[in-house]
Design a protein around this ligand. Structure first.
Ligand code: SAH
Ligand code: SF4
Length: 357
């Protein structure tokens, strides 16, 4: 944390939208008596190279680096720990300042693709019955700067730029909506991180009005809906937010999203043996999503200590997939689990599983 400059609160640089950054950086450069081309140098350092500190910004005069260090915060998250899976998946643990919560993100290499899985909350208040993040409790929303900092720090620590970004880490993105929208703007602005919106996926259990707002603000961003059950009573049990936002209302918003954006969605379905993987459940699912341009992604439940479910056999997942596929025109895929040995797989992101906690 830089020193305070005459009582002035340091500004989080990664929190700023494109125009805000240009204005704030221009003022800082002027205050330091430097020419305006320094703004673009600072911009490139910040979004393209990601130094650990202002001191590392070679090419900027030392006096300017010292001034920036006094008035700005560069990284709101402290990098705490990294674990590498035998399949190459890397899990990063961060701390929010000294007393703040802990957050995890995951890098998943897969051939030409490098996917970053990013968190929007520390823990999650939704508390789905099959998700380790929900069991770990909820410490709060992340700021847009903390969301962006995961991306820039993973890139600088791994030296592997992301080809894809998925908001599938800790938390429910649509419950941290303002910071989600702000971070999407910073991620996609060509002056900032410049990541194509089509390469970004937001995964949600579904809040109708926010799905509508998201598809208006970022029509190219992909939507994944965590559906898990078509039966209302079962979905109420598995995904408690269904009590407030029932699936039928969520699916109306998803239909509008598809109609307005011309894009398909992905339905995610965690297979919980003996709970939601019967032939009747498959039929109910296909009936419920009929007519929506989508693919269905089946995810084998990843076990963790407190969870009351078992891990599905691959052959029962294949049988469930086949039951769906008989009545469903879209793609139905089974997601390969990655990073299980370091608790970096879906639903295993929990502060309880981290050796440092
Ligand atoms: N809150 C958002 C995004 C984070 S969860 C959402 O729920 O969509 C990302 C995905 O991991 C979701 O599809 C979620 O259902 C799945 N998931 C959660 N716990 C899991 C577990 N134990 N095993 C497998 N997948 C899980
Ligand atoms: Fe939260 Fe998603 Fe986990 Fe449910 S599955 S508890 S919404 S992170």
């Amino acid at each position: 944390m830089p020193n305070n400059d005459a009582g002035r609160k340091p500004t989080e640089l990664l929190q700023l939208l494109g125009d805000e950054f240009i204005e704030t950086a221009s003022n800082a450069v002027e205050e330091a008596g430097e020419p305006s081309y320094r703004v673009d140098q600072l911009r490139r350092w910040l979004y393209e190279r990601t130094p650990r500190s202002f001191k590392d910004m070679e090419g900027l005069p030392l006096s300017l680096r010292e001034h920036l260090d006094k008035i700005f915060v560069l990284h709101p998250l402290d990098h705490d720990l990294e674990q590498v899976s035998e399949d190459g998946t890397r899990k990063f643990l961060w701390k929010q300042g000294r007393d703040g919560g802990r957050i995890e993100s995951v890098l998943i290499p897969d051939g030409d693709r490098t996917t970053y899985c990013i968190s929007t909350q520390s823990g999650c208040p939704v508390k789905c019955t099959f998700c380790a993040t929900g069991y770990g409790g909820f410490s709060g929303n992340l700021s847009a700067a903390e969301i962006i900092d995961q991306v820039v720090q993973i890139r600088s620590l791994s030296q592997q730029a992301p080809t894809n970004l998925v908001f599938m880490g800790m938390g429910e993105p649509l419950l941290n909506f303002d910071d989600l929208l702000r971070s999407l703007s910073i991620l996609t602005d060509p002056r900032q991180l410049g990541i194509g919106a089509r390469r970004i996926t937001v995964s949600t259990v579904g809040i109708p009005e926010r799905i509508r707002q998201l598809s208006q603000a970022f029509p190219q961003v992909k939507l994944a809906l965590s559906i898990h059950a078509a039966d209302p009573a079962l979905r109420d049990e598995l995904v408690p937010l269904n009590l407030k936002y029932p699936l039928d209302a969520v699916l109306d918003a998803v239909r509008e999203h598809c109609a307005n954006t011309g894009k398909k969605v992905t339905f995610e379905y965690v297979i919980l043996p003996g709970v939601n993987d019967s032939r009747e459940a498959a039929n109910a699912l296909t009936k419920k999503v009929r007519g929506i341009p989508a693919s269905i992604n089946l995810i084998g439940f990843n076990p963790f200590e407190e969870a009351p479910y078992s891990k599905p056999e691959l052959r029962s997942m294949i049988a469930f997939r086949d039951s769906i596929q008989r009545n469903y025109p879209g793609d139905v895929t089974i997601r390969r689990s990655r990073g299980e040995d370091i608790q970096g797989a879906c639903g295993q992101l929990s502060l309880k599983n981290s050796p440092a906690s």
